[in-house]
Design a binder for this molecule. Structure first.
Ligand code: NAP
Length: 253
């Protein structure tokens, strides 16, 4: 019997956006633990993530960039290529959410969320793709949402951005699969991070959400590491264009 393809990422170089905290931090640490060198990109200090990567002996580089516009995308990829000589994995994780009734939703809240969650993700993928396509290798993982599948309430621009991100994942998969690049997404369920702080502080919403999760608990960001490592590895070489829910069974309900 043929050996299983490897889940290890030794020798690979990854970019994770929004890696200072939450889901991005957990994914950066998981990729590092699997052997990758990790470039941590975001607008805040990466000290906590860097300390966690140091603790497991994983190489890292921190790049300060404001991802509210696509302007820094090409420069980020250049900086990583200068540091490591290659780029194998891009995780588009940085994202924001704004809450308001649809009747009151402002253009500012629309643009801020769609630009960061969707537009910047595309132009980072484009910058990475310009390096990956000629090399005929690469993995792009977009962090989507349950609202890539469902409507939600009071989060018009977030739902639009995350539904768009699932579509974009399929488009890029179709264009780049012939070049040996895997483009996929992960849809986290409800995870304990800054993003969900408002929901967790609302006692009624918190218990209503909890009651609907078959696994009976909110997600710990570390629970996303396995899916990210898998999609970044040779084990996922024939997987293209999926949005993989990691949601404690929420969508199964
Ligand atoms: P989070 O703690 O709020 O993390 C968001 C990350 O994005 C932070 O690192 C943040 O940096 C970064 N970011 C936002 N705007 C940025 C900008 N303009 N420039 C650079 N970095 C920026 O929440 P999270 O839950 O870990 O979110 C990570 C991703 O998971 C997001 O795309 C989110 O939509 C998605 N997600 C989360 C859940 C959940 O339950 N938590 C569920 C589904 C999807 P700062 O810390 O500097 O703001």
């Amino acid at each position: 019997m043929a050996a299983l393809p490897s889940f290890r990422l030794d020798g690979r170089v990854a970019i994770v956006t929004g890696a200072n905290t939450g889901i991005g931090q957990a994914i950066a640490v998981a990729l590092g633990a699997a052997g990758a060198r990790v470039a941590l990109v975001g607008r805040s200090g990466m000290d906590e993530t860097e300390a966690r990567l140091d603790a497991i002996g994983a190489a890292h580089l921190a790049i300060r960039a404001d991802l509210s516009t696509p302007e820094p995308a090409a420069q980020i990829v250049e900086e990583v290529l200068g540091w490591a000589g290659q780029l194998d994995i891009l995780v588009n994780n940085a994202g924001i959410i704004r809450r308001a009734d649809a009747l009151e939703f402002t253009e500012e809240d629309w643009d801020a969320v769609v630009d960061t969650n969707l537009k910047v993700a595309f132009f980072l993928a484009q910058a990475a793709g310009r390096h990956m396509v000629p090399r005929k290798a690469g993995k792009i993982i977009n962090i989507a949402s349950l609202l890539s599948f469902q409507g939600g309430v009071r989060v018009a621009s977030y739902t639009a951005s995350k539904s768009g991100l699932a579509g974009l994942t399929k488009l890029l998969a179709c264009e780049w699969a012939p070049h040996g690049i895997n483009v996929n997404a992960i849809a986290p369920g409800y995870f304990v991070t800054n993003n969900t702080e408002a929901l967790r502080n609302d006692a009624d919403r918190h218990s209503a959400i909890l009651a609907r999760i078959p696994a009976g608990q909110w997600g710990d960001p570390a629970d996303l590491g396995g899916a990210a490592v898998f999609l970044a590895s040779d084990a996922a070489r024939y997987i293209h264009g999926i949005t993989l829910p990691v949601d404690g069974g929420w969508l199964a309900r």
